[in-house]
Design a protein. Structure first.
Length: 181
């Protein structure tokens, strides 16, 4: 839950920030307090927690009542899409790049995967890192990838999209460590 709130995880038009009511956070000095959801200033894959560096200890959510059958069917529908698009063995960090804000697109975002597809991303690999053949915005570790393989592949993808569309993709994945180019 911590990482989901930190990055305001979301998909298919929903984001966790819209259903959280309040959070208990601890600052780097060890002080604990409860703050309302507004405090987090949730944005697209963003929250104030990235600035404040506070640690989420707990959170309360406020959900809407709904029809159990309808909700189950919606869950099944989304899981089926996920099942078809995401690698089954889980050797991925999920979508690598953020979608691009565009009010003319469904959910107000132009999928980064669409641009990546158009630059031939699905055929690319570096060492043990490759772009997933069913989803161009997913980098998978085939088993032997180093973090540098993944980083180098991501840099190639960014360069290709920049050259073709003039758009600099922003990473959704957070890199830890240094990755000299
Ligand atoms: C297969 C796959 C599919 C995914 N699909 C989606 C998707 O559709 N939409 C989407 O938005 N995301 C998606 N993600 C990304 C996902 O949201 C994050 O990987 C996840 O939320 C990270 O949570 P975590 O608690 O494991 O955090 P970690 O991976 O441990 O940390 C992630 C970041 O959150 C911070 N953090 C972690 N815990 C706390 C805490 N308690 N308080 C404050 N900061 C904290 C860390 O410092 C770090 O910077 C996907 C990931 C995978 C692997």
């Amino acid at each position: 839950m911590g990482g989901a709130l930190y990055g305001n995880a979301g998909a298919y038009g929903g984001q966790i920030g819209t259903v959280v009511r309040d959070l208990t956070v601890m600052n780097r000095g060890g002080e604990i307090r409860t703050v309302a959801a507004d405090y987090c200033g949730f944005g697209y894959r963003d929250s104030y927690l990235k600035v404040s560096r506070e640690i989420v200890i707990s959170a309360r959510f406020c959900l809407r009542m709904g029809d159990r059958g309808l909700i189950s069917r919606e869950i099944d529908r989304i899981l089926a899409i996920r099942g078809a698009k995401f690698p089954p063995d889980g050797r991925t960090a999920g979508c690598f790049f953020k979608n691009i804000p565009d009010p003319s697109q469904p959910f107000g975002k132009l999928p980064a995967g669409k641009l990546l597809d158009e630059v031939g991303a699905k055929t690319l690999h570096v060492g043990g890192a490759k772009v997933y053949e069913k989803h161009a915005n997913i980098i998978v570790n085939t088993g032997t990838a180093s973090s540098k393989d993944i980083s180098d592949l991501a840099d190639i993808l960014k360069k290709k999209v920049l050259q073709k569309f003039g758009i600099m993709l922003e990473e959704e994945v957070i890199r830890i460590g240094s990755f000299p180019t």
